[in-house]
Ligand binder design. Structure first.
Ligand code: SF4
Length: 376
């Protein structure tokens, strides 16, 4: 339940943006912040790409992007779109024909910069294909590939150059009476990306796609993204996000959700609150949490679970979670349900028992939700 009305220090006032549809996913205009990722398979290999799209969707991805560098990839895209449970964004660079093919193949969005695909006639052709096939566009400005005239004007990549680039691309779409677009201004530098996004948020009401590009590997990329995206999201900026890591795209989805969950902007699956453990722990906290993360990965219902090593912090954390376990002495601990002390549990049975409790609670929450919906 959202308690922000009694906890105003948790409120995030989101920037008001226009809403567009990426397939069946609303982006902007107060819609839930969607989580995106991008496949890293050979996109001409439809089977491998579909397999990865399905894994990402299962992990919670709302939208998946696939790069379309050549005609083989364009051909495979049709199949990927057909099999995907989530909207597919086609990533296009420079080749306007790939953009047209991707719109015809059923992509829900083209990631393409209209200023980089050639003369006005080509731009018109791509926009017409997007319009004819109900396909949105994402303008994707990147500090690493700014237009030459902007680099000459500003001397080096900087937030103002990125914003100007974005606005130039926007103008091209608007001049063609195309408004079904969102925009990103990514940089690998957190300061540059943040400043560019803040400026962009002032300069347009288009929905904003957030990302820190080339953020790095699992650990460094996660930290960088959490700081960069977290800071912007906290300011209310951002309608859809992609965490970009040199790692499995499924991990990007998980990290994206964790960032949104930390800010109370989205809720999905079990949020585990656990202590770092120390000599006072009544059971092996680290091993237990790692086992529970695996065993509970299938739960999509939002709920909280506290796994705390001892009574120093256990009962307090359990008060604020749906299910809690606090280590005690002599090989057993205490289970808390809805914040109340419930029953003793031996450490040996703990994983199985907690998984059962979580599954039962998830089923109860889903049943309640269903009956609420039926009543409405
Ligand atoms: S809750 Fe207990 S076991 Fe966990 S870190 Fe704190 S004192 Fe140590």
């Amino acid at each position: 339940m959202d308690h922000n009305h009694i906890r105003p220090w948790r409120n995030i006032e989101r920037r008001k943006s226009r809403q567009i549809m990426v397939g069946n996913v609303p982006v902007g205009g107060g819609a839930p912040i969607s989580v995106q990722t991008m496949t890293n398979t050979d996109s001409s290999d439809a089977r491998a790409t579909i397999k990865q799209v399905l894994a990402c969707a299962e992990a919670g991805a709302d939208i998946v992007r696939v790069s379309v560098p050549d005609t083989d990839a364009s051909r495979a895209l049709r199949e990927v779109v057909r099999e995907s449970p989530v909207p597919i964004v086609a990533d296009i660079h420079f080749h306007y024909k790939r953009g047209i093919e991707a719109a015809e193949a059923g992509a829900a969005c083209l990631r393409i910069n209209p200023g980089n695909i050639g003369d006005a006639a080509r731009v018109r052709e791509v926009i017409k294909a997007a319009r004819d096939h109900d396909c949105s566009i994402r303008i994707g400005v990147n500090a690493g590939s700014l237009e030459r005239h902007l680099l000459e004007k500003y001397g080096e990549p900087c937030p103002d150059a990125m914003i100007e680039s974005g606005l130039e691309h926007i103008r091209i779409l608007q001049d063609n009476d195309f408004h079904n677009f969102k925009i990103s201004v990514k940089a690998s530098d957190v300061f540059m990306a943040s400043a560019a996004y803040m400026g962009l948020a002032e300069a347009t009401d288009a929905p904003i796609h957030l990302g820190i590009t080339e953020a790095g590997g699992m650990i460094s990329g996660t930290v960088k993204s959490a700081i960069g995206l977290g800071n912007l999201l906290w300011m209310g900026i951002g309608d859809t996000i992609r965490v970009s890591l040199s790692a499995d795209p499924v991990e990007e989805v998980k990290i994206g959700y964790e960032i949104l969950k930390s800010l109370g902007l989205r809720h999905r699956g079990v949020s585990i609150i656990s202590c770092p453990s120390c000599a006072r722990q009544g059971f092996d906290v680290i091993k237990t949490v790692s086992a529970l993360e695996d065993r509970l990965a299938h739960i999509k219902t939002p709920m909280s679970l506290s796994i705390i090593g001892c009574v120093v912090n256990g009962p307090g954390e359990a008060l604020m979670t749906d299910i809690g376990f606090t280590g005690g002495g002599a090989g057993s601990g205490m289970v808390y349900l809805a914040g109340k002390q419930s029953h003793k549990l031996s450490n040996a049975d703990m994983i199985e028992h907690i998984v059962e409790q979580v599954e039962r609670r998830a089923a109860e929450i889903e049943a309640l939700k269903a009956s609420d919906q039926a009543a409405q």
